[in-house]
Design a protein around this ligand. Sequence first.
Ligand code: IMP
Length: 188
Amino acid sequence: MSQRPTVPVPVSEMKVLITREQIARRVTEMGGEITRDFEAQSILLIGVLKGAATFLADLARSIQVDVTFDFFGVSSYADRTHPSGEVRLTKDVDTSLEGRNVILVEDISDTGLTLNYLKNVVLTHRPRSFKIAVLLDKPARRIQPISVDYLGFTIPNEFVVGYGLDYAEHYRNLPDIRILPREAYDAG
Ligand code: IMP
């Protein structure tokens, strides 16, 4: 007996907010900005699992200086659409950050709690330099201000999925960024 995988909302019912072509163009530009800023230096890109993995993979390939990767794991949402206000490290980096040019790579900045928390973790390890690269910024729900050095797009106050971003672990593989209809999460 075959079982069809179920997702909360069919992909065809979710409006595209940012197309794959727009993403590719902007990520390439961001890689160019980073390449210029770090000419002849090495960079450690630290992605935040799991959402930033797709963005990190594309961004890294647009950077033309020496790059290594590492990852943080965090749990920040008790319920993915309502911030608990608590951030917890579930996976630390494997490499030493001291004296490195660190760029923290995140999919989206929403309340700002995750990036502020991770910024403090990184700065404790005394990197040579510290920058933040974020694909999407959703300023409407900011609780803690955060200064981003490389930003892809500013978006309205919608819950978005695709290009690494999920809803209950679904939709990370969608190539475009789409808006999850409010009925999908407001009902419960
Ligand atoms: P912050 O700590 O509130 O800034 O939240 C950052 C994290 O919340 C991101 O890494 C995402 O995992 C998640 N998040 C916030 N907004 C969205 C969204 O619109 N779609 C998917 N995940 C989101």
